[in-house]
Write a protein that binds this ligand. Structure first.
Ligand code: CIZ
Ligand code: SF4
Length: 321
């Protein structure tokens, strides 16, 4: 704990010295979220992270999250230096949607408007008409559907399926999935609910359909945090990355939050309900990124690709505004 406090103090000093600000996702380690809050940075979902990074005056952004979040920051602010605790923090949705294959898929369906989730590479975004996050995807698809547009959606099949069911839009789905959310199990969730009959179930729509079907509230990370404040329940079973408990518990200290089960027997495990790539972000890595600022930490996006990807990202931010 003493060593941790030293690291925290050192990071605080480095942030000032280097004119840097820490932007952290809700799924990162609680220590990182607390540090971002204490130093005037932000703790948010990927939409809010993008907006905050773009609008903040600091010269450097330290993005604690996974690679697409750092890339998005770089695309939106090419003149800022964007550093990440580690460049190895991937995302199974991004990995499961390689740009060449995706481009072929788009070529086969030229009549469809291409809508991609923010959890994609810069090259996939560059091929898209729209980028969305889970906090505004429903609204945007509803808007496009009302104009009579047919949609090609990538990469998350569960999120895409959820949006198609909710909006009735014609959506052709890329078959990607998140390694974390895909693991929630309906039978075990039913057993858990029987043990906590008064609990409300909160579900991120990257989860399978049978999990979404059991939810009292479905939504993005920020929407689930809001639901945890607004619903009258005192116990919540939460089907998303457990990093989110930091913010939920902070806002509602008298409520109890339980991880939704990921194994068939209802047991939970250390690595379940937590993204292995988000877990690669640590205080030491942040300290090192700030100290060296070097190539092991800096995000680069090919400028030409970045310019193309900026178009649907700007559209996203304008639509969500
Ligand atoms: O699962 C993710 O990566 C999420 C929820 C990202 C986001 O939109 O904040
Ligand atoms: Fe990607 Fe899933 Fe991790 Fe989010 S939780 S970054 S969607 S692998």
């Amino acid at each position: 704990p003493e060593e941790k406090q030293e690291t925290v103090e050192h990071i605080k000093a480095l942030l000032k010295e280097k004119d840097a600000v820490l932007v952290a996702h809700y799924y990162t380690d609680p220590d990182i979220q607390a540090l971002a809050e204490e130093t005037g940075g932000c703790v948010a979902d990927s939409l809010e992270m993008a907006r905050f990074g773009r609008d903040h005056p600091a010269k450097k952004l330290i993005v604690a999250g996974v690679r697409f979040m750092g890339e998005t920051a770089k695309i939106l602010t090419p003149n800022k230096q964007v550093l990440m605790p580690t460049l190895d923090a991937e995302c199974s949705l991004d990995l499961g949607c390689p740009p060449e294959k995706f481009s072929e898929f788009c070529d086969q369906h030229p009549d469809r408007t291409v809508v991609v989730y923010a959890n994609t590479s810069a090259a996939v975004k560059a091929r898209a008409d729209w980028v969305v996050t889970s906090s505004m995807a429903l609204e945007l698809v509803d808007h496009l559907d009302a104009k009579g547009e047919k949609i090609l959606w990538a990469p998350d099949k569960h999120l895409g399926g959820y949006i198609a069911r909710e909006t009735g839009a014609d959506m052709l789905l890329w078959q990607g999935a998140c390694v974390v959310h895909d693991e929630f199990k309906a039978k075990a969730l039913k057993d858990m609910k029987a043990l906590h009959p008064d609990a409300a179930i909160l579900v991120h729509p990257e989860s399978p359909e049978n999990i979404v079907a059991m939810a009292d509230a479905v939504g993005s990370t920020s929407q689930l945090i809001k639901a945890s404040q607004e619903l009258p329940n005192y116990t919540f079973i939460v089907a998303t990355d457990k990093g989110i408990f930091y913010k939920m518990q902070q806002l509602q200290p008298n409520k109890t939050f339980i991880e939704a089960p990921t194994a068939g027997n209802g047991a939970t495990c250390r690595s379940c309900a937590h993204c292995p790539w988000m877990a690669m972000n640590g205080l030491k890595a942040i300290e090192q990124a700030l100290e060296t600022g070097g190539k092991e930490h800096e995000i680069h996006v090919d400028p030409e690709l970045g310019e193309k990807a900026m178009v649907p990202l700007d559209r996203m931010l304008a639509f969500a505004a």
